[in-house]
Design a protein around this ligand. Sequence first.
Ligand code: PMP
Length: 406
Amino acid sequence: MSLDINKIRADFPILNQKIYGKDYIYLDNGATTQKPQQVIDVVSHFYQHSNSNIHRGVHYLSEQATLAYEGVRKKIQTFIHAEHEHEIIFTKGTTDSINLVAFSFGERYVKEGDEVIISAMEHHSNIVPWQMLCERKNAKLKVIPFDKSGELELDKIDALFTKKTRILAITHISNSMGTINPIKEIIRKAHQANVPVLIDGAQSIQHLKIDVQDLDCDFFAFSGHKIYAETGIGVLYAKEKYLNEMPPYQGGGDMVDKVSFEKTTYLGAPFKFEAGTPNYVGAISLGSAIDYLLEIGLENIAEYESELLKYATEKLLAIEELTIYGTAKKKSAIISFLIKNIHHYDTGMILDKMGIAVRTGTHCTQPVMDVLCVTGTVRASFAFYNTKNDVDKLVEGVLRVKKMFD
Ligand code: PMP
């Protein structure tokens, strides 16, 4: 089935405006996605008619808000096929989810001399929390390298596992190169070595069907704002057995059973990990974004985006002296590139003046840039509301930049 792009684009009001008097071409979806009117309407309706703090009141709207919030937890359980509803923890986003695991899992399972494995293509969010843990515990961080095409060197993974390895944290899709990592195979290898795995799903949840039981991952983190919902809401999926063992990450209201100055006891998961008033409106927007996506169909989205990636890759590669960074066999619709020796900021700024929004810089993956021997790249990242016309406009813009510097 092909997507009805005109209908889809009409759902995203932000796309239908002029920037500097030009049609707006939004190609920074890796950073955040735009919101369909349906999600905006749900949030607006909630504030107009239903707002009340959850889990606290016996009054009507509080109960309705609680039901709506808990309903989204159930929806996410189904969406990623988790075994239990209480394995879904609401967080602020991917970064918050990873920090929760690095702290709480770290407190419970990591001690001096232990090891944590990540990869060389991680976002800073999946590097720094582990580094902080390693510093706290005097543990060691080990890194899986990737090759020139941006594919992980899988043959090197086995040698990294030792009896001291406590966790492997790895991204599903590289946000700077687009590589789709073979996470199912990596998880299998890790489990053979008795090592649990955290998947950073910030760039995959909006593009691929996720089944956490089929993957058998132990933790899966994602952000609402990258899947067409609001900012400030995210999810941590974690297997029940870890949630039962891990201590709370933060203390406060809503996560406690009994509080006294002598001793406080905690609720079980998920509430143990959701201290304070959560972003319940964000959660409701996430539920609405998932409904929207399911209506279009994740398979249809994946098929459409991979067509777009193929088209954009061919068009960009046809430009002389343009290099694409990240040429893995399996890629998501993310293209990092440079035009000969033109600085990425210059390219990005000129494209901006043409109404084209791309990302420039290191994309929070400085170690990736070190391996690629560049100071940064220009990144075009696509969503299902982008079109071949957007790609043509990008190509036109790139040719113009090139001409300006010739
Ligand atoms: N991991 C990856 C792969 C990402 O692309 C991002 C966002 N750029 C993050 C983690 C962090 O996500 P957030 O800022 O929403 O917490």
